[in-house]
Design a binder for this molecule. Structure first.
Ligand SMILES: Nc1ncnc2c1ncn2[C@@H]1O[C@H](COP(=O)(O)OP(=O)(O)O)[C@@H](O)[C@H]1O
Ligand SMILES: [Mg+2]
Length: 330
């Protein structure tokens, strides 16, 4: 339920000066093409839209909401939460980011994506658990708190991927294979790998360990807006070791057909996590598509708008604006 254009706060009438905020961290990147295109499309439809730098806002306790740079209390009817709001936070401050978004939510702003899905499933372990609980295909997954835990996974699965529970952009991801029979080490981890895992545990305290899903060296990226798939393409792995993505080797792009059943998987996964929009990564495993990650945002879609990857009838920006207008009831 979206609040109407005004709300009652501490006995006073507070006018909402914007219908839609597009929340991002713009210090290093400025306003993106996607934000500009979405803003223009929504403006064309008569909505008041503003690109707002998340860093420029100060949380407000009473009344719940946020203060603008000049100290004004202001909340929009709807706020699009771009991925950088939750991936470029200061170390250890993720809980605060969710709390500040919660203040906006309590002030009546409809967050896209909704706070519940954003907060609960930002953690990869919980996300996998929620998807597995409704029968969606995900890799066998465990939590490791010690190098011995990783060893135990390696002993059982032989080939694993280790990643931070709150990771993104393939930072701190390792693929590990069990050492051969002539290894001098009793566990699966060799000395060097053991050191790496120890340091990752120091940094992240717990790691997500998954059985490696054999795949043709590419992710199938599926973009969902509301209840439809609006884009689909391959992210082709260019890392020299051919393992998981490497943050320093940007993936290539290639045209993809949707494998049978993949559309239904993507829509069910998005619904299960309570998201309005999502970018999913699937791998084409030996037994069919496996969901690796559901990212709760759309990023850099302007580069694929109206290309062969775009499956929406009138362009991705148009589909995104349709969804936001539906949510606003306008
Ligand atoms: N279990 C797995 N098996 C094989 N490859 C994986 C597995 N998990 C991750 N990868 C590869 O690593 C990439 C990054 O993993 P992901 O879980 O999406 O983390 P991030 O949040 O850093 O993007 C995936 O896109 C996929 O190519
Ligand atoms: Mg990913």
């Amino acid at each position: 339920m979206v609040n109407p254009g005004t709300s009652w706060v501490e006995g006073g009438n507070v006018t909402r000066t914007a219908d839609v905020w597009i929340l991002d961290r713009t210090d290093s990147v400025g306003t993106t093409d996607g934000t500009r295109a979405l803003g223009a499309e929504l403006t064309k439809r008569g909505l008041r839209v503003e690109a707002v730098d998340w860093e420029s806002l100060t949380p407000s306790c009473l009344p719940a909401g946020v203060l603008r740079q000049d100290g004004r209390f202001e909340v929009p009817r709807l706020a699009v939460v771009c991925s950088r709001v939750l991936t470029r936070h200061a170390p250890g401050h993720l809980a605060d980011e969710f709390a500040w978004l919660g203040l906006l939510d309590e002030a009546g702003t409809r967050l896209v994506n909704p706070l519940r899905g954003l907060g609960a499933y930002h953690n990869k372990i919980r996300q996998v658990a929620a998807l597995a609980a409704v029968g969606l295909p995900v890799p066998p997954t465990r939590v490791a708190r010690t190098p011995e835990d990783v060893d135990a996974c390696l002993a059982q699965w032989r080939d694993v991927v280790v990643k931070p529970p709150h990771g993104h952009a393939s930072v701190d991801i390792l693929r590990l294979r069990a050492a051969g029979p002539d290894s001098p080490h009793p566990g699966g981890l060799g000395t060097r790998t053991g050191i790496l895992v120890w340091h990752l545990l120091q940094r992240h305290r717990a790691l997500c360990v998954q059985r490696y899903v054999a795949n043709p060296g590419r992710d199938l990226r599926i973009v969902v807006i509301g209840s439809r798939v609006v884009a689909c393409y391959y992210h082709v792995n260019t890392a020299p070791d051919g393992n998981t993505h490497h943050p320093l080797y940007p993936h290539g792009w290639a045209a993809a057909e949707l494998p049978p059943g993949a559309e239904e998987l993507a829509l069910r996964a998005t619904r299960t996590l309570g998201l309005d929009v999502a970018s999913l990564d699937l791998l084409e495993g030996p037994d069919g598509p496996v969901i690796i990650e559901v990212n709760p945002s759309l990023s850099a879609w302007s580069s694929i708008e109206r290309t062969e990857h775009d499956r929406s009838p009138h362009g991705i920006t148009h589909a995104y604006a349709d969804l936001l207008c539906d949510l606003l009831g306008s």
